[in-house]
Design a protein around this ligand. Sequence first.
Ligand code: ASP
Length: 342
Amino acid sequence: MGGVGAAALAASASAKGLGAQKTGELHPFGFVIHGGAGTIERSRMTPERERAYREKLSEALLAGHEVLKKGGGCLDAVVAAIILLEDSPLFNAGKGAVFTNAGTNELDSSIMEGRTLKAGAVAGLKRIKNPILLARAVMEQSPHVMMTGEGAETFAVQKGFELVDPKYFYTEERWQQLQKAKEAEKSPPPKQSRLEKELRAYDEHKYGTVGAVALDRAGNIGAGTSTGGMTNKRFGRVGDSPIIGAGTYADNETCGVSCTGDGEYFIRASVAHEVSARMRYAGEAIERAAAGALEKAEKLGGTGGLIALDRRGNFAMPFNTSGMYRGVVGPDGKPRVSIYKD
Ligand code: ASP
């Protein structure tokens, strides 16, 4: 089987997702990415903005594909794509990260290698341009899995990372989102329908977390996630993205996963690990496992989505919001990007 068609991708990426698709059988390497889930609707999108998202997601898919095609490692592909998305102001990661209540940007990221179950994570960074690189350094160059705040930045300097001026992360759009969120906080919400709640959450938080999962030619799976978290967060709040098993997970025997959405619920439902556990212990196929794991968060009240890729190149991209920026590329090298449910 060759690469999947756009229609197949859309089908597999629906809220409940039906029928896993294959990214290829001969050399089953594949690459999937997301750029956040939320209330993303055609009616609220300008053609220019949509084009910009599609272009950047395609570029990120191709960056990962380029690595995998040449026989490069899954983590190199994950990092190549996530750096591009972190550097783009379109996404809530790196440049373009949302603001905290204090008017700062605090970045979280994690990465995991499915062959060794090694992992690295960082949280609450204020001066690291590409948090995914530091997460990888924590994994590969320290005995630890997770570092936070100033300690993580001290480690970064020791490893040769440059610290950027926190102003680097400023974007006017995210700043205005913070002002709106603060305004909205002043008036408590009336009783809301699910959609209203979702719209409000989107307006307040503006999802846009990024993530990638790669299956390389050696059959290894790697996954990574990077985010600015939630607009208006305070008290050093940390979401699911840097938590191994919640926002990110990879195991060569099952799959790789990267999540996006209301972090608190994804933590409580251990969503990323749940996908892997369902495959391992219940023998579920990736599509079912991914939908089931998301449902677990949904039952608690969480909205969002995830991308998952198994060792054969089957993938699933369920989400329970109106949209999720997402894409897949298989051995044919043709990036397929989707945004909306249909
Ligand atoms: N999951 C992220 C967090 O809770 C936010 C997102 O995915 O948009 O920090």
